[in-house]
Design a protein. Structure first.
Length: 133
């Protein structure tokens, strides 16, 4: 079996799919390798991610990684969300085939891009906090 049960579970029934019309931060990233696109919406209150939704135009692994990434950072502080790595996403999914690792990078980058957008909306330069996105 190429994909773990966890991947299949999140692909078949992804969590937190959709948009947040009143989002405090929106991140959109594209994967140069495959052309897939992921969009992440964050609602932030008191330094915490109170709600999160995503839309992914991409492969099954990209849908599974975005689904689990949204689960992992929902309710977390911004600081903890910034620590989310693609490696942690892959581990939470019980692994991904090597050719699909880049899909998990997309999930990490989408979260970071949404947080960068959040900072920009407050007039704060996100680069020192979020890094180059
Ligand atoms: Fe994205 Fe195949 S490269 S679906
Ligand atoms: Fe493109 Fe997975 S193949 S994100």
């Amino acid at each position: 079996m190429l994909y773990s049960d966890k991947v299949m579970e999140h692909f078949t029934n992804p969590h937190n799919v959709g948009e947040l019309p009143d989002a405090d931060g929106i991140g959109e990233v594209g994967n140069a390798k495959c052309g897939d696109i992921m969009k992440m919406y964050l609602k932030i209150d008191g330094g915490k991610i109170t709600d999160i939704k995503f839309k992914t135009f991409g492969c099954g692994a990209a849908i599974a990684t975005s689904s689990i990434a949204t689960d992992m950072i929902k309710g977390q502080t911004i600081e903890d969300a910034l620590k989310l790595t693609n490696k942690a996403v892959v581990e939470a999914l019980d692994g991904l085939p090597p050719a699909k690792i880049h899909c998990s990078v997309l999930a990490e980058q989408a979260v970071k891009a949404a947080l960068a957008d959040y900072y920009r909306r407050q007039g704060i330069d996100p680069t020192p906090i979020v890094g180059d996105i």
